[in-house]
Design a protein around this ligand. Structure first.
Ligand code: ADP
Ligand code: ADP
Length: 224
């Protein structure tokens, strides 16, 4: 489904290049549930942003189904993103001038779904996340944990083929975190592919596969 070949990314620091991803090779199969783990600064979020089309400055080959992402421009990548992905950002990235309900409608608006049906899906999702009473609030009126829940709800609301989640439960109480992981488990069983960056062993225990990143390398890969 997804194949990464020799993905590299650097940041320029004066005359020097500081590599955050080095020769990343990764195969992700449809239905995988992968936890990406490793120390802070290892490149986990960067890898997720490359996968999710939010980072476009890298080299290598990225194949998603029959799409050669490395040959696409920014606009084409955004179309692919809208079609296949749901993304839970570590810092939520909710749209500040939209209400909770309006934020949840954004991914649905990318799909060919009638307005009344979209409203029903938003209502149902608010209910599942126990946020019906918050639907008309703006992100700034929510706690960090509530914003994170909206971020998770937005990522899954349109039933994406691939869910990319960056520390999706970092600001939640442990019981809420478990509920989110149980939701991910059900979505995965229903066919969604999940790639989740996490430091939590509890979260990682839901994954079928752990990918460890250290210093921009996938651990276990030959470093020659
Ligand atoms: P563009 O403006 O089209 O992004 P650039 O001049 O920025 O082109 O980059 C030229 C090539 O170098 C491209 O293949 C791009 O993917 C790659 N590249 C740019 N920035 C980085 C980076 N930070 N790490 C790795 N490769 C990069
Ligand atoms: P992780 O998610 O594993 O904690 P990140 O992918 O966020 O790691 O970051 C990898 C490395 O890239 C870190 O050393 C970080 O400081 C560096 N980095 C991230 N963003 C930038 C940036 N905009 N400019 C320079 N360095 C950056």
């Amino acid at each position: 489904m997804i194949s990464l070949r020799n993905i590299e990314k650097f940041y320029q620091q004066g005359p020097d290049r500081f590599y955050v991803l080095r020769r990343i090779n990764l195969e992700i199969k449809e239905g995988d549930f992968i936890a990406v783990m490793g120390p802070s600064g290892a490149g986990k979020s960067t890898l997720l942003h490359v996968l999710g089309m939010h980072d476009t400055s890298w080299t290598g080959e990225y194949q998603l189904f029959d799409h050669s992402i490395h040959r696409m421009d920014r606009k084409q990548r955004m179309e692919v993103y809208k079609k296949y992905f749901g993304f839970v950002f570590q810092s939520y990235h909710l749209l500040d001038d939209l209400t909770v309900a309006e934020n949840l409608d954004v991914p649905l608006s990318y799909r060919n779904i009638k307005k009344t049906e979209r409203q029903a899906i938003v209502a149902d999702t608010l209910d599942r996340f126990q946020m019906v009473g918050k639907k008309d609030l703006f992100p700034s009126q929510l706690s960090g944990g509530q914003q994170q829940l909206v971020g998770v709800a937005r990522a899954i609301i349109a039933n994406p083929k691939v869910i990319l989640a960056d520390e999706p439960t970092g600001n939640l109480h442990s019981s809420q975190g478990i509920e989110i992981m149980e939701m991910f488990k059900k979505l995965n069983e229903a066919g969604a592919t999940i790639v989740m960056v996490t430091h939590s062993e509890t979260n990682a225990s839901y994954a079928h596969k752990i990918v460890r990143i250290v210093d921009g390398w996938i651990e276990g890969d030959p470093r020659g």
